[in-house]
Design a protein around this ligand. Sequence first.
Ligand code: AMP
Ligand code: MN
Ligand code: MN
Ligand code: MN
Length: 276
Amino acid sequence: MLNADLHCHSNVSDGVLPPAEVAARAQANGVELWALTDHDEISGIPAARQVAAELGLRFVAGVEISITWAGKTVHVVGLNIDETHPVLVGGLESVRGGRIRRGREIAVQLEQAGISGAFDGALKYAGNPDMLGRTHFARFLVESGVRPSVSEVFKDFLVEGKPGYMPHQWATLEQAVSWIRAAGGRAVIAHPGRYGFDAIRMGALVDSFRELGGEGIEVVTGSHTPDQYDAFARIARDAGLLASRGSDFHGPAESRVDLGTLPPLPASVTPVWHDW
Ligand code: AMP
Ligand code: MN
Ligand code: MN
Ligand code: MN
C-alpha cells in the first residue's frame, strides 16, 4: 500500500520544523503521498508544495481545523483543499482570532501556580504568533524545568481541571466541514480515539459529520493504539467513511511517531486517497 502521511505540523502552527524541512523529512522517510495539515493555518502550504515538487514527492494541501462540538474540542482535517479559496481563508482567519487573548489567560493561571513569564516564554516558541497555543506553553514549561517533556507537561498542566487550561470557543462542526467542502476538499475526523467519547457520542459525531458532508475518518494515526486501528476501521466501514492515515508529527524530539512510519491501513477500509 502507498505510504501516505496525511497529518503533520510545521512551525506555522505548533510543529518544530519549517514546512520545507517537514517536506524533506517526509521524503527521506519514504512517504509517497504527503499533506501538511497545520492547525487553522494554510500559510505553510506554498513552501511545502514547492519543496515536495522539487523532491518528486506527491503533495496535497491540508489543514487541521479546531472545532467545539458538544462542549469538547475536536479536530477536523481538510485534505486536497484549494488553500486560496476565500471561504476557507476567511473561516480560518476567524478561528485563529482570540489565541493571543487566550494565551494571556493561560499565563495568568500559570502565574498563580507559581510559574512566571509564561506568555513571553511561550510566544518565543510560536513561529506564528497568531497561532500561539498550548504546545508552545508546554515547550516553555519544559525549558523552565517544570516537567521533563511536552507529554509530561500535558499530564499536569494545560488540560481541563489543571493549571493553564482556558476553555475556548472554536469553529462549529458545520463551519469546518462547509469551509473544507467550499475549498473542494475532503473533511476527515482527526484522531477520533483521543476524545474519550463513548460509542453513543462517537456515533452522534459521525452521524452529524456525515449529514454535513464529511467523508473520512483517521484510522491509523500516531494518537491511536493498534486496538484502536481496528475499532475505527470498523466504524469507518459501518458508517461508509473513507479511512485516513497520518503520523500527527510535530517535531523530531517531541513526537512518538515519525513521518511515514505507521503501519498501513487495514485492508478492509477504503483509503481517503483512493481516487486521487
Ligand atoms: P491548542 O490548539 O492551543 O489547544 O493546542 C492543542 C495542541 O496541544 C494539540 O494539537 C497537540 O499538539 C497538543 N497536545 C494536546 N494534548 C497533548 C498531549 N496529551 N500530549 C502532547 N501534546 C498534546
Ligand atoms: Mn498540535
Ligand atoms: Mn489534533
Ligand atoms: Mn495534528
